[in-house]
Design a protein around this ligand. Structure first.
Ligand code: FE2
Length: 265
């Protein structure tokens, strides 16, 4: 019996060591699978109520970085449509290569409400066909805005899209309307010519990998201190969305892709 107990004890000890070895192997593997396989596809919907009795809902998404995976983008379009927004807005970086611009727009054209958009730095660098974007966004009842403004929802919302200029006369607020400004670069919030009721931006991707109690490991240029979420700025309230796609490696940690809903009016 003593030998058996000894053997049993030895087996239990071996089992603990084996469990620890397994854990040492499995935890990083599970972590890597989450960072590379789960979180980049784990869409979050965040709703922000900006009025006690909102009159309309605006869906915001950004930084799609489409690389020929229509299912993933179609999932986002389906999620947007299920939220039944009155208006959808996109703040740039649809693609990194021009050959993906047309197919990405084809999927995006499934958004079932007026959709406004602006280009991001990667769309410019790819030399994407903005004339095509103008047609596709226009066909939804919205528009592709490059330093231009449009009145949406019967004049209740003025949408201004920043591209090369940080404002100017076209950005001037419209009295009686909810003045919404779309920008790719969050840091432009400190340089715009006029205040808005809401400014929406992307570009930062929230860093994609965010350490608890620290934040983004990497911030691109023209993000400044506005890496993710809400900020009060010189140009008005700013919300920075972490984006849908990924830049570089297809990884995210503590920074899920997001569709944001703003209840305003
Ligand atoms: Fe981006």
């Amino acid at each position: 019996m003593k030998g058996g107990m000894s053997v049993e004890g030895a087996t239990a000890g071996w089992s603990r060591r084996r469990w620890l070895l397994h854990a040492a192997w499995m935890l990083p593997t599970a972590g890597a699978a989450h960072v590379a396989g789960v979180e980049p596809r784990w869409l979050a919907v965040r709703t922000h109520r900006m009025s006690a009795s909102p009159m309309f809902r605006i869906a915001h998404f950004t930084d799609i970085h489409y690389r020929g995976d229509p299912g993933r983008l179609a999932d986002m379009v389906g999620a947007v449509n299920r939220l039944k927004p009155d208006l959808a807005v996109f703040t740039g970086d649809l693609v990194e290569e021009a050959r993906f611009f047309d197919p990405a727009l084809e999927v995006l054209s499934g958004v079932g409400c007026p959709m406004y958009g602006i280009p991001g730095n990667h769309d410019h660098w790819a030399r994407a066909d903005f004339g095509l974007a103008r047609r596709v966004f226009g066909a939804t009842g919205g528009g592709w805005l490059q330093d231009e403004s449009a009145l949406a929802l019967g004049g209740r919302v003025r949408v201004h899209g920043l591209d090369r200029r940080m404002g100017g006369g076209a950005m001037a607020p419209v009295a009686g309307a909810f003045n919404l400004t779309l920008m790719h670069y969050p840091a432009w919030a400190d340089r715009v010519s006029h205040r808005s009721d809401l400014m929406l931006a992307g570009h930062s991707h929230g860093g994609q990998v965010r350490l608890p109690f620290y934040g983004a490991l990497v911030r691109p240029h023209d993000v400044g201190r506005y890496e993710l979420g809400w900020y009060e700025t010189q140009g008005g309230p700013l919300y920075v969305n972490p984006g849908i796609g990924c830049l570089g490696f297809d990884v995210r940690f503590n920074c899920r892709p997001e569709v944001s809903i703003f209840e305003v009016g």
